[in-house]
Unconditional design. Structure first.
Length: 306
């Protein structure tokens, strides 16, 4: 198939491409991953021209305006606008041009902030969202619903927190675990002590990005049986303290931690219910320690350039 992959140079997109090119999936596909100059997702006419000029069988929508908790808090309107417009443009244009398979990447931020863990897919639109990333979450929730309204094989994956090769590590753009890897590496070199936001008891579920890539291709091959919305998670989570400790072990940092309880930490727990995922016949493969090790090796080469 000719597969259009948005966000093809981001964390998920890069791993999706690498997984395909290494021939690890059931089939090897031709992936189109245009630059912004070739297809601007914020410009519907640009998106339409790209579809007009390319024969596209399937779309994987992995593009998004994302950032860490601080960046999200300071750009709620921008994140809502850009994610909504990009998503509506690519989904509606794909449908207009008769694309039969569409995989939309959502986020567990779509779930209510007070939802009881593990959180099932039917909890979308049932409560207030976490304020620190509300704009992003509203956009992603609306796009999942738009896919559902269109019907057919326009379906949404709702992944837990992700990390891995091709990640962003700078704290202005990264999520908790890649940011922690960077902090630990720099502290090891400088001799400074690492400060954890909060008291370390909040819990997070992190999946290695190569596992995500495998699942994306699994969905492409089995989209008829794929649920409309499906959580992509581990079935368990870790405290922030445990994640820092696992990363410190890999990095070789052993100076202990300080805590800044004045900093925001978001929701205390957000673990996915993976009942639908298991029924769909898939489970993750890569352990936390192995994933962190691969990610750290990538960071030592790429640094903050990602």
């Amino acid at each position: 198939m000719n597969v259009l992959l948005t966000g093809g140079r981001g964390l998920v997109g890069s791993n999706v491409r690498e997984y395909n090119y290494k021939g690890k999936g059931a089939k090897k596909h031709n992936i189109l991953f245009p630059t912004r100059d070739e297809m601007d997702l914020l410009d519907k006419e640009s998106v339409a021209r790209y579809f007009e000029n390319n024969d596209i069988d399937c779309v994987i929508h992995a593009a998004g305006a994302v950032g860490g908790i601080h960046t999200n808090m300071n750009n709620l309107a921008g994140f809502m606008h850009d994610n909504m417009v990009m998503g509506m443009n690519i989904i509606s244009t794909a449908h207009q041009y008769g694309v039969k398979k569409f995989i939309n990447l959502g986020t567990t931020c779509m779930y209510p902030k007070d939802a009881e863990s593990p959180i099932s897919e039917d909890k979308i639109f049932t409560g207030s969202l976490e304020s620190t990333n509300e704009g992003y979450a509203i956009a992603k929730s609306a796009l999942a619903k738009f896919c559902e309204y269109l019907g057919g094989n326009y379906k949404t994956i709702i992944p837990c927190n992700l990390y891995g090769k091709y990640d962003k590590f700078h704290p202005d753009h990264s999520h908790m675990l890649p940011a922690a890897i960077r902090k630990l590496h720099l502290a090891k070199e400088s001799g400074e002590k690492v400060v954890i936001w909060g008291d370390g008891t909040a819990r997070r579920e992190f999946m290695y990005a190569e596992d995500v890539a495998e699942f994306v291709w699994y969905c492409v091959e089995n989209i008829e049986d794929m649920p409309q919305n499906v959580n992509l998670g581990l079935g368990y989570d870790y405290t922030i303290q445990e994640l820092y400790e696992a990363a410190a072990k890999v990095v070789g940092y052993d100076a202990g931690f300080d805590y800044d309880t004045t900093k925001p930490v978001g929701v205390m727990r957000k673990q996915s219910d993976i009942t639908r995922l298991r029924d769909f016949g898939w489970e993750h493969k890569i352990s936390l320690e192995d994933g962190i090790r691969e990610t750290y090796e990538f960071f030592k080469v790429a640094g903050d350039e990602r």
